[in-house]
Design a protein. Structure first.
Length: 435
């Protein structure tokens, strides 16, 4: 009876801790959940007992190493659930921001310890012949490898506790990640939008007002200047991100409609631009293109609710700290010869071909292929232009190369041909066939 009561009280205490930390954590639901679980593990009585045995300097290193092990265990679980690496990186960033509140946190030391944790832990958790893992020694060796001395020899009880923590947190994170992915799949099919607040809410409201989207889903306002610009350039935007996805084997795929790509592009760009105004800054277009690409991946992998939560978190973070370094890598729709970006050059080549400039289009495809000879969409683009110029042998050679590189690319090419055929046959075009 006494044991049962102790277990009941312990479960209630853990539940209260989780609820309290969820309330103080900042970020998306996945980030807040990871922070709450980590903080509950850090506040464990056995951890605090071990900490109390150490000197002040050792306590600082001890706690940072333990935080990194807790964080690594959760990332291990998220990875096994199939959570995208970018989302995992954002969870790590949110957890580090939360840990920075602690008195023992030292940014440079923490970074070195985290780097060594990621490098060493996969080896330390490999089971021995009996199927047992022994990660306890990692606490000392990781700190020493990071240049942070730790005079600490863990006891047997703490050693078993650490094994339990690593396996339990990985299981919890895997379950949380799987549930998040399930919710994401459902939210992709829902029309209702999640509630938002703060800077992201205001910025997204501004985006919807400008685009005439308030109260209806995925509609561009024809009287809005931004709406007209997007309407004229929507095909370019869609083609670019679809080709980028095909090239990198990542979203957007067929799961995301063309209209949704345009909506996300408009929403994310406007939200970040509005936030930039508050900081008195201007984000270059090529940086915005990079940001949109990451949100297209989050939408398709995690769902619309998670995308909006992430947008709120990212715009708030940008307002407080400035633009992320990984967002500061240009991604251009068009490239000149010196830039040599194969996807952008391919998009430009296709646009020039549609504008009746075949030779300039071929030049763009050639530049793209010089940068990346294995880019199937560029070979297909060049094949189509050459075919229409009557240069059949050259066209066939390009088609064969594209087919050899990526047989699945044929489906994309056939779909484009089918769409053009439908456009020519649709009433009102003046170009449909009569039977």
């Amino acid at each position: 009876m006494l044991d049962w009561l102790k277990k009941r009280l312990h479960r209630k205490k853990v539940a209260d801790q989780l609820q309290r930390h969820m309330g103080t954590a900042v970020g998306s639901s996945l980030q807040r959940s990871a922070i709450a679980v980590a903080m509950t593990a850090i506040e464990d009585e056995l951890v605090q007992e071990e900490r109390g045995r150490l000197s002040t300097s050792d306590q600082e290193v001890f706690m940072m190493v333990y935080e990194c092990l807790v964080m690594w265990s959760q990332m291990r679980g998220f990875a096994s659930a199939g959570i995208p690496e970018r989302v995992q990186a954002d969870v790590v960033a949110a957890m580090r921001d939360h840990f920075a509140r602690h008195a023992w946190y030292a940014a440079d030391d923490f970074k070195r310890i985290w780097d060594k944790t990621q490098e060493w832990m996969p080896s330390f958790v490999k089971p021995d012949k009996d199927g047992t893992i022994w990660p306890v020694a990692a606490r000392v060796q990781i700190s020493h490898a990071a240049g942070c001395q730790l005079g600490f020899m863990p006891g047997t009880a703490f050693g078993y506790h650490l094994i339990s923590v690593i396996t339990s947190l990985a299981d919890i994170a895997r379950h949380t990640g799987e549930e998040q992915l399930k919710r994401g799949e459902k939210s992709c099919r829902r029309k209702d939008q999640p509630k938002m607040s703060s800077v992201a809410h205001q910025a997204i409201q501004t985006a919807r007002e400008r685009l005439g989207m308030e109260g209806r889903e995925s509609a561009l306002c024809p009287t809005s200047l931004l709406g007209k610009t997007l309407e004229e350039g929507s095909k370019l935007v869609v083609d670019f991100y679809r080709e980028l996805g095909a090239y990198n084997k990542c979203p957007p795929t067929a799961k995301t409609s063309d209209q949704k790509i345009i909506e996300i592009y408009s929403l994310v760009c406007t939200a970040f631009q509005e936030t930039a105004k508050r900081r008195g800054e201007q984000i270059p277009a090529e940086f915005l293109n990079r940001i949109v690409s990451s949100f297209l991946q989050i939408y398709e992998n995690m769902g619309e609710d998670s995308m909006h939560e992430h947008l709120q978190y990212e715009t708030d973070k940008y307002l407080r700290e400035g633009l992320r370094p990984d967002y500061r890598h240009p991604l251009r729709f068009f490239s000149d010869e010196s830039q040599g970006e194969p996807i952008a050059l391919t998009t430009k080549g296709k646009t020039l071909a549609k504008q009746g400039q075949p030779e300039q289009a071929i030049a763009c495809f050639n530049k793209a292929l010089a940068a990346d000879p294995e880019l199937a969409v560029a070979w297909f683009g060049k094949d189509e232009v050459l075919f229409h110029l009557g240069r059949q042998e050259e066209a066939k050679a390009c088609f064969d190369k594209a087919l050899r590189i990526d047989p699945q690319c044929v489906a994309h090419w056939v779909a484009e041909c089918f769409d053009r055929a439908q456009e020519r046959q649709s009433p009102g075009t003046g170009n449909h066939s009569k039977e």
